[in-house]
Design a binder for this molecule. Structure first.
Ligand code: 2M8
Length: 445
């Protein structure tokens, strides 16, 4: 099956939903990885592959390991895991910005495959651990042992090269690194990026030929995205002196929560592969402490990104600010206030949810129900929050979120994102991580 046609309205039967999810993943499988979408994203994306591996582990475990192995084959010598690995057999021009734009071959320590120079949230150690929990075969243990040093190097890169603020957190150098590309969280730091609005006349976007332009980032966003890439690329993606020369440097709550979660997962993996879990546990504790110290705002009860160019927290209340709940050692006070915020009218979390979890505060004036990460509901955010709710003793809310996630796919299919009021499907109609994470929650009632 090739996944180009919109999925129809689906069914509430779990067996049918599972079959739809498996067909979606099968349709997106590409010899050693899974594309997020055949049309919009025809290459391999970093955090997509992690979420997708979690799904594969339920149905074709060998593919979970191949997915992670192919991604980490493209790891750079400095440990960074690139956010896109380009498939050389995909038509040049099928995605913008493509391999020529990134020119990774010119950078020191880049792999043989063409990649981007950016990263995404490090949810891979968690994915590897969850895949292993479902598949404890000898082959799985061997795959886990091969991945372990690479996962450790990924963390080392973040801690050693990206702690530009010096406070024990990693910063992102581009909104794409957060995974929530056009979140209102990035509006203030992005506004400071000087750009010539005519820049995009020199390029052709491809996303807007496959998706409604009103649902995607704007041309001005893209002009800034390209300007920030140009700044990083000009120094061959080196991280020295970022503070002096790079226009976008922000500590993101989701990326750092993922980094802390990765150390928790690595502690478990270490115990299986014969390594020492202790240093991972210590680093997990240190990251949680740094997150609370640097990104928690007791007046909003939420976590906020810190803009390193101004030193200030970004005031927008987005779903990013809920994500540190995934850390099991988050202090009870912070966990309680995040849960209270999640249950407020802004995010509408409840044991019986009336509407799906939005990606942005639905009471904010800049909430946009159709535009990508500025309001629509995404299954990966719900999945991450659900883990946090379970870790912090709220199975009632976790169950509400699970029902809401399943309800979205039952109504609309494996869409990329969903209308946060109606649940209508938006973006790609056959999206990898939606299918994969649905399989995970279906298996885990
Ligand atoms: C979106 O990001 C890419 C750029 O990396 C794009 O818009 O072209 C985001 O939703 C990101 O989180 C995701 O990993 C990627 C592929 O699904 O698409």
């Amino acid at each position: 099956m090739r996944n180009d046609a919109p999925a129809g309205p689906v069914t509430a039967d779990p067996a049918d939903l599972r079959a739809l999810a498996v067909a979606t993943l099968d349709g997106n499988w590409e010899h050693d990885h899974t594309v997020p979408s055949r049309t919009l994203y025809p290459h391999q994306w970093s955090w997509d592959s992690a979420f997708i591996a979690i799904g594969w582990a339920h149905v074709r475990p060998a593919r979970a390991w191949r997915e992670l192995a192919s991604l980490f084959r493209a790891q750079w010598a400095d440990g960074r895991v690139p956010h896109i690995v380009f498939n050389p057999s995909v038509r040049v021009g099928a995605y913008f910005p493509g391999p020529d734009h990134w020119a990774s071959a010119l950078a020191e320590g880049a792999p043989a495959a063409a990649t981007s120079g950016l990263i995404q949230p490090p949810v891979h150690a968690l994915a590897a651990w969850l895949a292993y929990r479902r598949d404890r075969s000898e082959a799985a243990r061997a795959a886990l042992a091969r991945l372990y040093p690479r996962l450790v190097a990924q963390q080392r890169y973040l801690a050693a090269r990206r702690d530009v603020g010096g406070g024990g957190l990693a910063c992102i150098v581009h909104p794409w690194e957060s995974g929530l590309d056009n979140s209102p969280a990035w509006d203030a730091p992005m506004a400071a990026v000087r750009v010539d609005a005519a820049l995009m006349r020199a390029y052709r976007r491809h996303d807007t030929t496959h998706a409604d332009a009103a649902h995607r980032p704007t041309d001005l966003d893209y002009a800034r995205y390209i300007a920030i890439v140009a700044s990083y690329r000009a120094l061959r993606y080196r991280d020295d002196d970022l503070a002096d020369r790079h226009p976008f440097l922000v500590e993101c709550p989701l990326l750092n929560a993922a980094m802390g979660g990765a150390e928790q997962a690595l502690a478990r993996i270490a115990a299986v592969v014969g390594a020492d879990p202790g240093p991972h546990r210590d680093r997990a504790t240190a990251i949680t402490e740094a997150l609370v110290r640097r990104l928690y705002d007791p007046t909003t009860g939420l976590f906020h990104p810190r803009d390193l160019r101004t030193g200030r927290l970004v005031p927008a209340r987005t779903a990013l600010g809920l994500m540190p709940l995934g850390l099991p050692d988050l202090p009870a006070r912070a966990a309680a206030s995040v849960i209270a915020e999640a249950c407020s009218a802004r995010f509408g979390l409840a044991p019986r949810m009336e509407r799906p979890l939005p990606s942005h505060d639905r009471t904010a004036p800049d909430f946009e129900p159709l535009r990508y990460w500025r309001g629509p509901s995404w299954l990966n955010l719900a999945w991450l929050l659900r883990r946090g709710l379970r870790a912090h003793g709220r199975p009632d809310l976790a169950a509400g979120l699970r029902r809401s996630m399943i309800g979205l796919v039952a109504r609309s299919g494996c869409h990329e994102y969903f209308h946060p009021d109606t649940g209508a499907g938006l973006g790609s109609p056959a999206f990898g991580w939606t299918a994969a994470l649905l399989l995970d929650v279906l298996a885990d009632g």
